[in-house]
Write a protein that binds this ligand. Structure first.
Ligand SMILES: Cc1cc2nc3c(=O)[nH]c(=O)nc-3n(C[C@H](O)[C@H](O)[C@H](O)COP(=O)(O)OP(=O)(O)OC[C@H]3O[C@@H](n4cnc5c(N)ncnc54)[C@H](O)[C@@H]3O)c2cc1C
Length: 535
């Protein structure tokens, strides 16, 4: 029997009493007694009685960083009689951060992925390889059991009933937002998915061959739209690419340019950072500019890429000017949206707007009232990730809708938004997934509200950004920030605690990055001791 989930805020006596009752009831149930006829859910005691005999179904949509973490912990913490089902369209898990190294040809896609089915089978998690399409949180006319519909690769739709639902579907990659953007029918490359990254690596090989034959080549890396997020990933890619071109002896024939929607370099969608290190406090703008200057990388900031042609991008800048930049090789990230889930009430009326923002991300317990930047508060950010509409529905990772950006919102005189959307990197996505899993497990055990919080305005994050992969000459930038979302009431100067916001570049960081790659893949494979590895 699994341990009774700990819930520190619960009234201890009630919890213990209920726990003992549960043990008793379960023993009786095992002995074949008639306790399965116990009454339906009512007050706390009834819930614990029913809990002992009724199975709960936790359904997790998405098997990425947030969903896989949530499903793994939920499975571990729940009784075996309860079920955990993961619904996700791809057969493999992908450790996305290492796609960068696939994109420069250092790793093959199979080194950053593994098949989910055997891992879930071993863990006792049901895996449905399909894409969720619709939420029916009130069931339908025939049956009030909430369910989602999911569509498998052959177009077949199925109903998946749940008691608790965790939406961790991550981002949709919106290459369609910029004409000519993206590897599928467009003129630019990507590293968002392993297959994209492998295609990008092949293009790097071609460019290197041309440069070895004496040609000069132009590389453009960055953001493919004015509202992109994930600047950190593209940043990692360009410095790794530069390192790799040097390593392959062709750097002198390559011209590298960074194009970004950031107001200043080093904004990363987090409003920049003031990084303590080496006895100084250095703004991330200076940090990034120094690194680019040292590596001979040019940059274009405050830019919205409006069109990608076979050999150039057209862009608009915040001052309203139009520009163009030629390239032979372009790796440009797309903007993100939610994955386009729809929701319906019991009568079949569409209620998508009640559950999701227009950008497709799910509404949770954040304060979404529109306010000017000066009035944004750390407290606007969600803490429990519970849907305000349905207490048994949660979102984790990129799937939840942030209340607003973190970076200052800006528009060009033409009204074009040119400002990064807020990032939700791996560490907070996993921490949110774990917190949501705990809340769900505790609610199944009788808590009437989520028991765990994981606000990005109250948590710190660590990130190790590779700046060149080599065991002797490689480097990585190791950063910590606290909190992720600046809190200007607590930390009036920069919004973050200077003691918890740190940055340093060096070879040691590269070794840490390698270690993290192996550690997180080990953890994701649910190998022995996985749960002791931090998120
Ligand atoms: C190239 C790149 C490099 C990065 N590097 C770093 C880094 O160094 N450090 C860092 O902290 N973060 C990094 N990030 C960010 C990190 O990858 C994300 O924070 C993290 O993956 C978010 O987790 P998630 O679970 O919300 O989304 P994802 O990991 O994207 O997972 C979403 C899951 O949902 C599934 N899904 C999609 N549609 C549906 C549907 N309709 N129904 C069901 N399932 C669905 C997907 O197949 C996937 O399994 C990087 C991102 C990119 C793109």
């Amino acid at each position: 029997m699994a341990e009774l989930p700990a819930n520190p805020e619960d009234k201890l006596t009630t919890t213990r009493l209920c726990a003992w009752m549960r043990v008793l009831v379960e023993s009786l149930a095992l002995a074949g007694s008639a306790v399965r006829c116990l009454p339906q859910r009512g007050d706390c005691h009834d819930q614990h009685f029913v809990r002992a005999v009724a199975v709960s179904r936790v359904v997790v949509l998405g098997a990425g960083v947030a969903g896989h973490t949530a499903a793994s912990f939920a499975r571990r913490w729940l009784d075996r009689g309860d079920s955990v089902t993961v619904v996700s369209p791809k057969p493999d898990y992908n450790w996305v951060p290492s796609n960068i190294w696939v994109g420069v040809g250092l790793l093959k896609p199979e080194k950053v992925t593994f098949p989910l089915a055997p891992v879930y089978e071993r863990a006792g998690i049901e895996f449905v390889q399909a894409a969720a399409r619709e939420f029916h949180p009130e069931g339908d006319g025939e049956d009030r059991t909430p369910y989602v519909t999911a569509e498998s690769a052959n177009g077949k739709r199925s109903k998946i009933p749940y008691d608790f639902l965790i939406n961790a579907t991550g981002p949709a990659l919106r290459f369609d937002k910029t004409e000519g953007l993206g590897p599928d029918g467009g003129h630019s490359l990507s590293v968002c998915q392993p297959a994209h990254a492998a295609q990008t690596a092949a293009a790097v090989d071609d460019e290197v061959e041309r440069m070895r034959r004496g040609e000069k080549r132009r590389f453009l890396v960055g953001m493919g739209h004015g509202t992109c997020t994930c600047e950190g990933a593209a940043f990692e890619y360009i410095v790794n690419l530069e390192f790799e071109l040097r390593h392959r002896g062709v750097r002198d024939r390559a011209e590298l340019t960074w194009i970004t929607n950031e107001y200043e370099l080093g904004d990363f969608g987090m409003g920049g950072m003031q990084l303590r290190g080496g006895g100084y406090v250095t703004p991330s703008s200076i940090y990034s500019a120094s690194l680019f200057a040292e590596r001979g990388i040019d940059w274009i900031t405050r830019a919205h890429v409006s069109r990608v042609e076979p050999d150039r991008v057209l862009y608009e800048t915040l001052d309203g000017l139009q520009g163009e930049q030629g390239f032979d090789f372009a790796m440009l990230l797309p903007p993100f949206s939610g994955v386009g889930l729809q929701a319906f009430d019991r009568g079949g009326a569409e209620i998508t707007e009640r559950l999701f923002l227009p950008n497709g991300f799910m509404r949770v317990d954040a304060d979404y009232s529109p306010r000017p930047y000066e009035q944004w508060k750390a407290a606007d950010w969600p803490r429990t990730y519970q849907s305000p509409e349905y207490r048994n529905v949660f979102a984790a990772g990129i799937a939840f809708a942030p209340p607003h950006a973190i970076s200052v919102p800006r528009k060009s005189p033409n009204g074009t938004v040119i400002a990064p959307a807020p990032p939700r990197t791996g560490m907070p996505s996993a921490m949110i997934g774990k917190a949501v899993a705990r809340s769900v497990v505790d609610m199944i055990a009788g808590a009437d509200a989520p028991t765990r919080t994981a606000s990005m305005a109250e948590m710190g994050a660590a990130c190790v950004a590779s700046a060149g992969a080599n065991p002797f000459k490689g480097t990585a930038v190791s950063m910590t920030v606290f909190p992720i979302v600046p809190d200007f009431e607590r930390y009036p100067e920069h919004g973050r605690d200077p003691a918890g916001t740190f940055g340093e570049i060096g070879l040691a960081g590269h070794w840490v990055k390698i270690m993290l790659h192996h550690m997180f893949l080990y953890k994701a494979r649910l190998r022995p001791g996985w749960r002791w590895i931090p998120e």
